[in-house]
Write a protein that binds this ligand. Structure first.
Ligand code: G
Ligand code: G
Ligand code: NA
Ligand code: MN
Length: 253
């Protein structure tokens, strides 16, 4: 299709760029990480966010080159920031498809061989609804990835079907509270209950917990009071290009 060819052309012309959204620690008032989010500088349509082209890329069989580009750019950036003395982790979204039929382990080996010790510089965020399974193979793959020095995060926590099952059987280091709960926490007792329970769960399992979609100072304060100081959202900043992120993060501290 037309858009598929455009993506191909965009890839050839280097129109895709990873942007970084700050993840901050409310209590320490500092930037702790950045979530890598893909953007497309489209020659006619301007800056496109992932939502506007990821599903088309999937249909057109172009998700793998895009995903590889995202991983490669993110690793490069982790190396640059690491050498500049910045302690920001980078969180990269990884799809089930990448875990299933990509040679992800080999890809990651090559990527981290090219840079400074990766030790805990990069998190891989898996979406709960697409986390594949809890088989020995899946667990072993994630364990191998962790042994390379990556941490595994579970994205969109609470929106899928078998979160607890995943937490019991897979080596998860971090969970992200989905923004649907954060966006309604001021009006929904249920949302607040789910958020509190998720934070308690993370504490009990000794997992990191990050709240996403934080848009107001009230949400930020309330989440911190509930025990979730690590936060991400438009209240702090949207995703920025690497240079703008760096300026923003240095200014924030
Ligand atoms: O910020 P944005 O609207 O572009 O993100 C929309 C969705 O696309 C998010 O759910 C995010 O997880 C996903 N996404 C963004 N970049 C990537 C990427 O490089 N790889 C994968 N698999 N998903 C991405
Ligand atoms: O699925 P994932 O959570 O990885 O995707 C992140 C998406 O959320 C991106 O599209 C990003 O632009 C968007 N996003 C980031 N912060 C906020 C926010 O505070 N509010 C809303 N509505 N969306 C956000
Ligand atoms: Na994510
Ligand atoms: Mn998410």
């Amino acid at each position: 299709k037309a858009l598929g060819n455009e993506i191909r052309r965009g890839l050839e012309h280097g129109e895709f760029e990873v942007y970084y959204q700050p993840i901050i620690d409310f209590a320490q008032r500092r930037v702790v990480a950045a979530e890598a989010l893909m953007r497309w500088h489209h020659p006619d349509r301007g800056l496109l966010v992932a939502q506007q082209f990821i599903s088309i890329a999937e249909e057109e069989g172009l998700i793998m080159p895009l995903a590889q580009l995202c991983l490669a750019q993110s690793h490069q950036q982790a190396d640059i920031w690491s050498k500049a003395g910045h302690r920001w982790r980078i969180a990269v979204n990884v799809s089930a498809k990448q875990l299933q039929d990509g040679d992800i382990l080999q890809q990651l080996r090559l990527l981290c061989a090219g840079i400074e010790p990766i030790d805990n510089r990069v998190d891989l965020e898996l979406t709960e609804s697409v986390l594949f399974d809890t088989s020995d193979e899946a667990r072993e793959l994630l364990n191998s990835i962790r042994r390379l020095g990556y941490r595994i995060g579970m994205d969109d926590f609470g929106t899928g079907y078998s979160s607890f099952n995943y937490l019991q059987w897979l080596p998860i280091d971090k969970i992200k509270i989905d923004r649907q709960f954060v966006s309604t926490m001021n009006v929904s007792r249920q949302a607040r209950g789910i958020i509190s329970a998720t934070i308690a769960l993370a504490q009990n399992l000794e997992l990191d917990v990050v709240a996403e979609g934080v848009e107001t100072p009230q949400q930020a304060r309330q989440l911190a009071n509930l025990g979730c100081p690590q936060q991400q959202g438009f209240h702090y900043s949207p995703a920025l290009d690497a240079e703008s992120f760096e300026q923003w993060a240095i200014g924030y501290a």
